[in-house]
Design a protein around this ligand. Structure first.
Ligand SMILES: NC(=O)c1ccc[n+]([C@@H]2O[C@H](COP(=O)([O-])OP(=O)(O)OC[C@H]3O[C@@H](n4cnc5c(N)ncnc54)[C@H](O)[C@@H]3O)[C@@H](O)[C@H]2O)c1
Length: 416
């Protein structure tokens, strides 16, 4: 069973999945080993991830590892319909249609849970959240889960702190080979790509306001500067604000930045970053985009309430005309712009994130009996293995410590 937009798109999807596979050498190696060893034999994996070419390669690797895999979208706008069609042809039950409404989104999520997964794989913790709030009877069947993104990990840590989390989760997001690369360089490049595809703006000379200087914000700021933009950063964390300042970015409150920005990008994982009082200050033609996980960073209801008219002026670009005739443009309805208006992260960076996912799934399949109901870090050996494999596929060699260096670094006795 599946629910997708158009099975006839499978040929195009297949070619695009193959293209991504060419740029995912680490996952390819893991898939080859999984095919031989079948570490997930007999297990059902329920995945709620952005349905992209890279995710398709992860699903295929898990299937080849012996799992029955069922997939739904982790965002109503991020599904690539051709990829969904190709996955169905691969025998992977897929429930995802680009632009699906909220009811369908949750219907699809429940369809994945109807398959009774013993391992969950989330991007934003929606599967885990529905299981805990609406399908408690099923909780005991689940051995463990994994989580892909910052926002999901925050929700799950909160559940663990409140003592309500009913199975162990591995926080894939928090491992260095994931967030140092995917969140930073992946989000940096693909977000600007999404905005460029939606608007065709020239970045050089634009004043770009980046809200949040975490991993995503760091990548975005440096990439926007590289394209010639003047970058302003807004933050609530003093250390991050200081770091942004030392990196050469202007740092100021959003109330000041609102007056001067040409493009605003939110990437905080927090809500109401751009609000009514900010829209009221913005220049005519200001462009607003979000690349944080949920569509709560830009206060859409407030923008709608302020507007005397709205219209779709290009694909993914909604024009809001305010009372004094200023126009504000909201991209992708405030949802992850890199996935809605472009293709998400390049495959070469998802290679590491999804290698972490595949190896974490294998790790929980092996170790679930000894794990407790909390959020675990990805074991260090997995992170190192992924980094080593990645370097090898890039043809990069590194030095190893000499025995003297090892001794020196593990001793406190030697000084000046
Ligand atoms: N678009 C994508 O493909 C993609 C990729 C990775 C992560 N994400 C999502 O992006 C969001 C950010 O992820 P991250 O890894 O950069 O998180 P992070 O925790 O490293 O950074 C978030 C930053 O936002 C700041 N912040 C919080 N509230 C703020 C406010 N009111 N004003 C200004 N700054 C504020 C925090 O201090 C922090 O520095 C999350 O929702 C995450 O799930 C999206």
């Amino acid at each position: 069973m599946s629910d997708i937009a158009n099975p006839a798109l499978s040929g195009k999807g297949r070619l695009r999945i193959e293209w991504a596979e060419n740029h995912m050498p680490v996952l390819r190696e893991i898939r080859a080993r999984f095919t031989k060893e079948k570490p997930l034999k007999g297990m059902t994996v329920g995945a709620c991830l952005h349905v992209t070419t890279e995710t398709a390669n992860l699903m295929i690797a898990l299937r080849d590892g012996g799992a029955k895999v069922v997939l739904c979208a982790s965002n109503p706008l991020s599904t690539q319909d051709d990829v969904a069609a190709a996955l169905v042809e691969e025998g992977i039950d897929t429930y995802a249609i680009k632009g699906e409404d909220n009811d369908t989104y949750y219907k699809h999520l429940n369809a994945v849970l109807d398959a009774h997964p013993v391992i969950t794989m989330d991007d934003g913790a929606d599967l885990v959240s529905v299981l805990h709030s609406q399908r408690e009877a099923q909780l005991a069947e689940v051995l463990a889960g994994t989580e892909e993104t910052t926002t999901g990990v925050i929700r799950l840590r909160q559940m663990a702190a409140e003592g309500v989390l009913k199975f162990p989760i591995v926080a894939v997001n928090d491992t260095p080979t994931k967030h140092l690369f995917d969140n930073r360089w992946g989000t940096g490049q693909s977000t600007l790509d999404g905005i460029t595809r939606a608007t065709n703006i020239l970045w050089a000379s634009k004043t770009v306001v980046i809200c949040g200087f975490g991993y995503g914000g760091r990548g975005l700021s440096s990439r926007a500067r590289g394209l010639g933009a003047q970058v302003i950063v807004t933050e609530v964390d003093a250390v991050k604000a200081l770091e942004a300042t030392m990196e050469g970015f202007r740092v100021m409150p959003i109330a000041d930045a609102a007056r001067v920005g040409d493009v605003f990008i939110t990437v905080t994982g927090d809500r109401d970053i751009l609000r009514r009082e900010h829209f009221e200050l913005m220049k005519d033609g200001a462009i607003l985009a979000n690349t944080g996980h949920f569509d709560v960073e830009i206060d859409k209801p407030a923008l709608k309430a302020l507007a005397k008219s709205t219209r779709e002026v290009r694909e993914h670009v909604a024009e809001y005309v305010l009372d004094d005739d200023r126009r504000v443009y909201l991209l992708a309805d405030g949802r992850l712009v890199n996935l809605a208006a472009a293709e998400g992260h390049p495959a070469v960076v998802m290679d590491m994130s999804f290698a972490d996912q595949a190896l974490s799934a294998e790790w929980v399949a092996k170790n679930h009996a000894t794990l407790s109901k909390r959020v675990y870090d990805v074991p260090d050996e997995i992170d190192r293995e992924v980094a080593k494999l990645k370097l090898a596929t890039l043809g990069i060699e590194i030095d190893t410590l000499t025995p003297e260096q090892e001794r020196y670094l593990s001793s406190w006795r030697e000084g000046t």
